[in-house]
Design a protein around this ligand. Structure first.
Ligand SMILES: C[S@@+](CC[C@H](N)C(=O)[O-])C[C@H]1O[C@@H](n2cnc3c(N)ncnc32)[C@H](O)[C@@H]1O
Length: 246
């Protein structure tokens, strides 16, 4: 399999684990959402998956439309949040009219897009003065046990959580601003393993490699005082890029 085939396989891998994804992936800090949205109301959650970011947007009383290409992810979103319209579409082909939303948010997915095509579409559906925001959740590698964990979760397909926080500039967007927010997820050894299993570096790896990762991570987590005594907080950092539509 060449690199572009593997990329496509990973980008479309999430639906096979849709229920686990919805249950085990972290949401996003309210402060991060507020920083992007301001007082805007009509929001597109692009690459909405099972709705982890959608839930955070609804907590602000926003009017949300979800767009997601994977049928199983979309079905899980609709099962969990039936009132939100979940449309079949991609970042490169957004099924919404021109200038129809005040904000486009992308949760942990911009790195899967063809960024040129996606920004053309995002700026098309955004009204002037609207906002584009891309959010990513990362492990907080300044915490010793988390840095140790990160070394153990790498597979032949790459390192979990090492996605690039990068949004290219675009003529129709003001210069980007970047801000980070502390975040956390309540976990146990087994539920953290379930979270890691939803990352494409692990879920797309072959079964033997996946079992090896889980064995070494489980042994590590049971050996650490921070994680071996029941529930614990997994320290995360949410990175957010925000840019205003000219
Ligand atoms: C890591 S999940 C993030 C889901 C959700 N936003 C969240 O925060 O939990 C990445 C999502 O991006 C979707 N995706 C992959 N390529 C895409 C594309 N080109 N356009 C739109 N969505 C895409 C996947 O189907 C998957 O649901």
């Amino acid at each position: 399999m060449d690199e572009s085939e593997l990329f496509a396989k990973r980008a479309s891998s999430f639906g096979a684990n849709a229920a686990a994804y919805a249950q085990h992936r972290p949401g996003y800090p309210a402060e991060a959402i507020e920083w992007v949205i301001g007082d805007r109301m009509r929001v597109l959650d692009l690459a909405a998956g099972t709705g982890r970011l959608t839930e955070g947007l609804l907590a602000f009383g926003l009017e949300v439309t979800a767009v997601e290409p994977d049928e199983a992810m979309r079905a899980e979103l609709t099962r969990r949040i039936p009132d939100v319209p979940a449309l079949d579409g991609s970042a490169e082909d957004i099924p919404l009219p021109d200038a129809s939303v005040e904000a486009v948010l992308v949760g942990h997915a911009f790195h899967w897009f063809n960024t040129d095509k996606a920004l053309t579409e995002i700026t098309r559906v955004l009204r002037p003065g609207g906002v584009f925001g891309a959010l990513w959740n990362h492990d907080d590698l300044t915490v010793d046990w988390v840095a140790g964990l990160a070394e153990l979760t790498a597979t032949s397909l790459g390192e979990v959580q090492r996605v690039k926080v990068d949004v290219p500039s675009h003529d129709l967007l003001e210069p980007h601003e970047l801000k980070t927010f502390p975040h956390r997820q309540r976990r146990t050894v087994e539920s953290l393993l379930a979270t890691l299993g939803t990352h494409s570096q692990i879920s797309v790896a072959d079964a033997t490699e996946r079992a090896q990762v889980f064995d070494r991570v489980r042994t590590y987590l049971w050996s650490r005082p921070e994680t071996s005594a029941g529930e614990f907080d997994r320290p995360l950092i949410t990175s957010v890029v925000r840019a205003i539509r000219r």
